[in-house]
Design a protein around this ligand. Structure first.
Ligand SMILES: Cc1cc2nc3c(=O)[nH]c(=O)nc-3n(C[C@H](O)[C@H](O)[C@H](O)COP(=O)(O)OP(=O)(O)OC[C@H]3O[C@@H](n4cnc5c(N)ncnc54)[C@H](O)[C@@H]3O)c2cc1C
Length: 477
């Protein structure tokens, strides 16, 4: 959280005075935290309840409320805190960001949170009880706090793909050791095709994850490129690839994958910490925007230009049919025309064909999006499964591009081409499957079933168990 805590927002939005005052402290090692989430709001922070009210002296704001799951929160020297500066009864929230000293009177840790993983993390539920903050500690200006938080996360979430790559390397190292050493049915388990396939997929996915990390980080370093879409796609793709990868590595370790490192050590075996890897990996699909929210965010960015062209908006049904027809009459046919693009990159044939596929599949994806807009109009925004397939396809194509361009870069190991080739073959199958499922799926049935499940119509389905968490009988309150 030194990445998204106080340094990143100050670097991006702070005044010269604020930078001079706080950045040297952070550079010397003071810890910072980023306080957005609350017990009542997670993915939709615009509905936050924490307030900051201008004091009678008009010099200070008084913050009241609670912030939940704040990493570094209990030990932070400095926090960036988002709070409402207008009346919570007003419909439009005005959210403002403040730099708050960790030792401010009234700021306390109400509870230290403990998680299934991240055991080294200091994280807590923070209470703000009349915490006084000078008004010069406002970052970016009144009402700019939510945009600041979201824009901070845009680049901040790039640390996650890097961490995912690191964890996948750990998993691969364990797999290589074990799949070679363990003999079953007269051969190392890694030679049996099912295990071999998992091993190859883990290696190929790791290559793609690392390639995406390098590519998006290089784009971020340029500082003149808007990378919010790329960062979101990298976060979405890499965290999900990590979870698949750890699951596959655990399977290859068999019973030892499920045994704790301490227990392995206790009976004289190498204490590979698969359990820790699995527990630590899972959070990445939740923090800094859950996978669902990443898909919605990316989809909205993809839909927005189309809504603008059609003169429509997310909330209104009005459509400028004439304006839209004029634009799409030129735009749409071009998406069907094959393009003879000279990519001018140094790639062997087995990889350059994937490059051509990315170009073709990107046009197909644009057509699919257009068809879905035509079918569902503004209602498409609620079709999260369709949007999810469109977004996941985009992320796969982006990962393919990253893997291919890394192979084409000077100094790439020659055998990297095999990993990129395998990744691209597998990604193509996934993309083609998602393309089909955009048109032929069971989304409506699944949605109806889910509503019925939640309404209790299948109450008999989870009967006959002794609940592991309920304190009263079901239905009693
Ligand atoms: C270990 C840990 C560290 C954290 N560190 C910080 C921190 O330092 N600072 C901070 O501010 N926060 C922090 N968080 C909070 C974290 O960012 C939130 O958990 C995350 O934003 C999701 O919010 P939520 O858990 O309330 O889930 P909810 O928003 O309640 O969502 C529950 C489920 O519904 C889905 N969902 C919600 N809305 C939609 C929708 N519109 N469409 C489809 N699906 C939807 C979500 O994807 C999720 O699966 C941390 C959390 C943890 C567990």
């Amino acid at each position: 959280h030194q990445s998204i805590g106080v340094p990143q927002p100050l670097k991006m939005f702070g005044t010269e005075e604020q930078k001079k005052k706080y950045l040297p402290r952070l550079a010397k090692g003071e810890l910072s935290a980023f306080a957005l989430t609350e017990p009542g709001v997670g993915s939709d922070p615009s509905k936050m309840a924490t307030t900051a009210v201008l004091d009678d002296d008009s010099e200070n704001y008084i913050i009241n409320g609670q912030k939940l799951w704040i990493s570094n929160g209990p030990v932070a020297d400095l926090l960036i805190v988002m709070a409402r500066t207008n009346d919570p009864k007003e419909e439009r929230p005005e959210i403002t960001a403040f730099v708050v000293e960790g030792d401010s009177p009234g700021l306390t840790t109400a509870h230290r949170c403990d998680f299934m993983g991240l055991k080294g993390l200091q994280n807590g539920l923070l209470n703000f009880d009349n915490v006084k903050v000078p008004k010069e500690n406002i970052v970016e200006g009144i009402g700019r706090g939510l945009a600041l938080a979201l824009r901070t996360l845009n680049t901040g979430r790039l640390t996650l793909p890097a961490a995912c790559g690191g964890a996948m390397k750990q998993a691969l190292e364990m797999v290589i050791e074990w799949a070679n050493e363990r003999q079953q049915w007269g051969a190392p388990v890694g030679h049996h095709e099912a295990v071999a396939n998992r091993t190859a997929t883990l290696a190929a996915d790791l290559y793609a994850v690392e390639s995406l990390t390098w590519l998006t980080s290089a784009l971020a370093d340029r500082a003149d490129t808007d990378i919010r879409l790329e960062a979101a796609m990298a976060k979405l793709f890499c965290t999900e690839a990590l979870w698949r990868g750890i699951d596959s590595a655990l399977q290859t370790r068999g019973g030892r994958g499920y045994e704790t490192a301490d227990s392995l050590k206790g009976r004289g075996e190498t204490p590979m910490p698969m359990e820790r890897l699995l527990r630590d990996a899972r959070i990445n699909l939740i923090i800094e925007g859950t996978s669902d929210i990443m898909r919605l965010f990316i989809a909205r960015e993809a839909l927005d230009p189309h809504l603008k062209i059609a003169g429509a908006s997310a909330t209104s049904d009005k459509v400028d049919f004439v304006g839209a027809a004029k634009f799409y009459a030129k735009w749409y046919p071009l998406l069907w025309l094959p393009r003879n693009i000279n990519f001018d990159v140094n790639l062997p044939w087995k990889l350059s064909r994937h490059l051509r596929y990315v170009e073709r599949a990107s046009r197909r994806l644009a057509r699919d999006l257009f068809h879905m807009i035509g079918m569902h109009r503004q209602g498409l925004q609620k079709k999260q499964q369709i949007l999810g397939r469109l977004v996941d396809s985009g992320a796969e194509l982006f990962a393919m591009m990253a893997a291919l361009s890394r192979c084409a870069s000077p100094g790439a190991p020659t055998n990297a081409a095999d990993l990129a080739d395998l990744f691209c073959r597998q990604a193509r199958r996934r993309v083609n499957g998602m393309h089909k499922a955009i048109y032929c799926n069971d989304d409506v049935t699944a949605y109806r079933t889910a509503r019925n499940v939640l309404n209790g119509e299948y109450a008999w389905l989870d009967d006959n168990i002794v609940s592991t968490w309920r304190t009263e009988e079901k239905g009693e309150k």
